[in-house]
Design a protein around this ligand. Structure first.
Ligand SMILES: Cc1cc2nc3c(=O)[nH]c(=O)nc-3n(C[C@H](O)[C@H](O)[C@H](O)COP(=O)(O)O)c2cc1C
Length: 356
């Protein structure tokens, strides 16, 4: 007898949940079943076909008579559980044509809309005072140039950024576009806002917090960006420790004048999507926003840098998001740079290596 290789077990008093994450099936075991399963995990050959519990576990495919193929994953168990656990989500009825799809999708949307929508405001960050940004300017740089010039730099001069550039940057990457107000194609009012980047389910589940280190006319600190109002509200002063301390020791980035923490409002995703597969979409959406931010910053004559490696808990504290359904996913920053992909310290180290 074999133990199904695609199980994980969650303790949930008074029982334990045995979860077959590949087949999307869960069983709750009481103490007797849990105890017997523990014995079988320790020694699968102790399977006894006269034992009712054993036959139940076999029927539930927690045990299997035949070895189940489990190809080498090559990565850690948590990533395997998440990746496989969010694959092949069962769909009771796959629409057979566009008519069926339309009816099914509309029904889903109506069911979602019948539920209480998450608050538009972000928990933990009710703004005290909105700081209006100047009107954004249209870019004159070509898309072609922005695409070929965008590159990751790790050496910034710290030079001050104009507030008008910050305004254009935020509007064109995260703002709800006035130009698309009439373009919502029948979407309900709270789902009609459109950005320059696509958004999963039109939910605009991603948001942004701006890190201001050197912007003309803005006190250094952390600000929440309000996409609908194209405005900022102050959240916190700059952290006591250098920026690099929060970003996994990447201290070469301390001179970035401006940064953006891209967050995801998981409550908005949960509202429409009942499965953790939507967690994948939060990161995809953050990636779209990050790329747009980088292209706009490049078009404004700046260089960019990004990271997903940060001290989550410290960043949550900085953004006033502890314990919230809104969580930071990614950081992207910009400013004047000497255009180097490597920081000076790395270049010096490599030079020493060359000359030793
Ligand atoms: C998802 C993602 C995470 C990244 N994380 C880091 C990072 O933590 N630190 C860093 O210096 N660069 C980071 N980068 C930048 C990459 O190293 C960079 O994009 C890559 O070397 C290619 O260079 P290019 O952006 O100039 O084309 C990241 C890029 C992406 C897309």
């Amino acid at each position: 007898m074999q133990i199904n290789p695609y199980l994980f077990i969650l303790p949930r008093t008074p029982g334990q949940i045995v979860w077959n994450y590949k087949d999307h099936v869960q069983y709750e075991l009481d103490l007797e079943y849990s105890h017997r399963l523990a014995q079988l995990i320790s020694n699968p050959d102790s399977f006894d076909s006269r034992n009712t519990i054993d036959t139940h576990l076999l029927k539930a495919e927690i045990l299997t008579a035949k070895k189940i193929d489990s190809p080498t994953w090559g990565w850690d168990d948590l990533s395997k559980i998440f990746h496989i656990g969010t694959q092949n989500i069962p769909n009771e009825h796959v629409p057979q044509n566009t008519h069926e799809w339309t009816r099914q999708y509309l029904q889903h949307c109506n069911e979602v809309l019948a539920k209480q929508a998450p608050d538009c405001r972000r928990s933990g960050n009710a703004p005290t005072e909105l700081i209006e940004l100047p009107a954004p300017c249209a870019l004159t740089h070509s898309l072609n140039d922005a695409l070929v010039q965008r590159k990751t730099c790790r050496s910034f001069t710290g030079t001050c950024i104009l507030l008008s550039d910050v305004s254009s940057l935020l509007y064109l990457s995260l703002g709800y576009l006035n130009e698309r107000h009439s373009d919502h194609g029948g979407s309900p009012p709270n789902l009609s806002a459109r950005r320059s980047s696509p958004s999963g389910g039109g939910l605009n589940a991603c948001e942004g917090f701006v890190l201001v280190q050197n912007v003309a006319g803005l006190e250094p600190g952390i600000y929440a960006y309000h996409s609908a109002e194209h405005a900022l509200s102050r959240v916190n002063p700059l952290p006591d420790s250098a920026l690099g301390q929060l970003l996994s020791g990447q201290h070469f980035i301390n001179d970035l004048p401006l940064g953006l923490f891209i967050t995801a409002r998981f409550d908005r995703l949960w509202w429409k999507y009942g499965h953790s597969r939507a967690y994948r979409m939060a990161f995809v959406e953050a990636g779209h926003l990050s790329q747009t931010f980088q292209l706009v910053a490049t078009a404004l004559g700046m260089n960019t840098w990004m990271t997903g490696a940060f001290a989550d808990t410290q960043v949550e504290t900085l953004l006033n998001l502890e314990g919230c359904a809104e969580q930071p996913l990614f950081f992207v920053g910009c400013g004047e740079s000497d255009g180097q992909a490597m920081c000076q310290e790395m270049r010096d180290l490599l030079d020493q290596g060359e000359h030793s």
